[in-house]
Design a protein around this ligand. Structure first.
Ligand code: NAP
Length: 553
């Protein structure tokens, strides 16, 4: 490529050094592209760098939430628990950065502020928050799907005199809530993981709940045998019930292949029967089995969990009954029971969440009918009274999928701003490329399966596709690639069609932008399944990048 003469010109600039950015850098560098990564944090890890709240851990099993591109890495890394904690995942990411010698091409503490496509030179002109100017032939946004936190605009929040936290931007030092009155706003996955642990520490915990969330037990356990307790550890792994770590490692490729063939890029065995074909006894047996097994595999309880409301209601009722059986105070239990479809907000995975509401030092404040009125200097004012607090935690989620991309001033052909293009919601071709924005790629962008899958598999599939694409262009001396508006519109229409009757699209959630005031309501991830999507991407490339214009620039 033409990079040798100008030190601030790169073949590729990557924005973000999380799982996506690191693998992208590794692949591009191995393919001989001069590459630079910009990362706003002071170290690698992306979402796992920022989300350090108590109890933060992945809800996908660690043996699957790990890169597959290096079999040596797969074999040498030892996960200690069925679901890895945030510190363990961060150790893994750091290990990958060191093992593949990635750090020296990453510039930390640097935000990309603007990226403007220069049509004359077919290159992206990039300005960082430090005022640096760089150019690149290609720009890859590896900015993550849940990386811009959402803090609702509560009146008086700036006047709060206690300590204020957000789960998605947690301090690096340990926070001790002992002896404190703590409030937490929100009951999504982040809150569901942190509430049981904070409750064990705090003098009193007040949970401000607007909408109850469905959660299923994680059944976390060590993956390594404990010689002292003789805990079998590595058995009962979860996704494929009887597999041990050793068995998985003996045929890791087999596990990955099963993941590639599954709807959510996760290797587990879903029940192929419809709930409507099963007897009540069969359904209950299957529910109990999966409830005991733990984790997201609960959604595989029958084949029509996500497509038939009637089937979905069986599963919803089962979980509602479990909540009522677990929570002793019937008023609290009633408030915790969701009434909407299960799985339309991302199913959470917990350890002792519902049991926590039986503790005398935990109070559920139901703000579903009358919202939090304001934050005062002393605490939260809701339900006509003030809840005095020492610490207040916002577990209020993210401006998902589009928030971080829209923070960057991205301008394509003719000065078209991404903010203008997406004013009615995100539009892209495959969640990978954008009409009007040549040589720009988004990893796991809106319009791709991303957050509905095991992210690691989705990230690797995107990175591999992008590397194949830029190699194809380099080999043929092609300066620009850009999807046609027609191909993009067709993909957007297809996305909307598959999402229209889907359970995931049946309530307000961050999948549809429902958590952000003023955000257009569009179902953002592609819900047509990972295998269909991969096949589509493969065919497009095989046909010489069908739906794209490849040009001289
Ligand atoms: P979230 O699911 O968006 O939950 C945000 C919570 O804040 C909701 O309960 C929401 O209530 C509440 N909220 C927002 N604005 C409010 C307001 N003005 N007043 C009262 N309540 C308000 O966010 P999250 O828990 O951070 O999770 C986001 C996603 O991150 C998850 O779905 C998951 O994909 C990922 N995540 C994964 C893990 C894991 O791997 N284990 C852990 C954490 C997060 P409403 O429902 O009424 O809007």
């Amino acid at each position: 490529m033409d990079s040798s003469t100008n030190s601030s010109h790169y073949d590729v600039v990557i924005v973000g050094a999380g799982f996506a950015g690191l693998y992208m850098l590794h692949r591009l560098r191995s393919a001989g592209f001069k590459t630079r990564v910009f990362e706003q944090a002071s170290d690698v890890g992306g979402t796992w760098y920022w989300n350090r709240y108590p109890g933060a851990r992945c809800d996908v099993e660690s043996m699957q939430y790990a890169y597959s591109f290096s079999s040596e890495l797969e074999q040498e890394w030892e996960w200690t628990e069925r679901y890895a904690t945030q510190p363990e995942i961060l150790r893994y990411v750091n290990h990958v950065a060191d093992r593949f010698d990635l750090r020296h091409d990453i510039q930390f503490n640097t935000c990309v502020a603007t990226a403007i496509f220069n049509e004359t030179g077919s290159r992206w002109m990039i300005e960082t928050s430090n005022g640096e100017h760089i150019s690149a032939t290609y720009c890859v946004m590896a900015t993550g799907c849940l990386s811009s936190t959402n803090t609702p605009n509560f009146e008086g929040v700036e006047s709060f005199s206690g300590s204020l936290y957000h789960t998605g931007e947690w301090p690096h030092q340990e926070i001790d809530f002992s002896g404190q009155r703590v409030g937490i706003i929100g009951t999504g996955s982040s809150a569901i993981q942190s509430i049981p642990l904070i409750a064990e520490q705090a003098k009193h915990l007040y949970v401000f709940q607007r909408t109850p969330h469905y959660t299923v037990p994680a059944r976390n356990q060590p993956l390594q045998s404990d010689p002292k307790t003789q805990h079998p550890g590595r058995k009962a792994y979860g996704y494929d019930e009887d597999m041990t770590v050793e068995e998985i490692k003996a045929d890791y490729l087999g596990l990955r292949q099963r993941a590639l063939e599954s709807f959510a890029a996760l290797a587990f065995t879903p029940n192929r029967q419809s709930a409507l074909e099963m007897t009540e006894m069969e359904r209950q047996r299957e529910f109990e089995k999966r409830w005991e097994q733990g984790g997201l595999t609960f959604q595989g309880v029958f084949s029509d969990f996500s497509i038939s409301r009637e089937a979905n209601e069986f599963a919803a009722e089962f979980v509602r009954r479990k909540i009522q059986q677990t929570v002793k105070d019937s008023v609290v239990a009633k408030a915790l029971v969701p009434t909407y479809t299960i799985g339309c907000k991302r199913l959470a995975v917990d350890t002792g969440y519902y049991e926590t509401y039986n503790r005398p030092n935990v109070t559920l404040v139901d703000v579903s009918k009358s919202p939090i009125e304001r934050i005062t200097s002393a605490g939260v004012y809701a339900q006509g009274r003030e809840y005095p607090l020492n610490s207040l935690i916002m577990a209020t989620g993210f401006d998902a999928m589009t928030g971080t991309l829209l923070k960057i001033d991205i301008q394509g052909r003719g000065g078209l701003r991404l903010r203008e293009k997406w004013v009615e919601g995100p539009k892209s071709y495959l969640g990978l490329c954008l009409a009007g924005f040549p040589n720009l790629f988004t990893i796991t962008g809106p319009g791709s399966p991303s957050v509905l899958t095991n992210m690691l598999m989705s990230i690797e599939q995107h990175v591999d596709w992008i590397v194949d694409c830029v190699e194809y262009l380099r080999d043929r001396n092609i300066a620009e690639i850009e999807p046609t508006l027609e191909a993009e519109n067709e993909w957007v229409t297809h996305n909307n069609e598959v999402a229209s009757d889907h359970i995931r699209n049946s309530c307000s959630s961050w999948y549809v932008g429902g958590n952000i005031e003023g955000k257009p309501r569009v179902f953002m991830p592609y819900v047509g399944g990972f295998p269909n999507y991969v096949e589509k991407c493969r065919n497009i490339a095989a046909k010489g990048y069908e739906g794209f214009v490849l040009g001289e620039g």
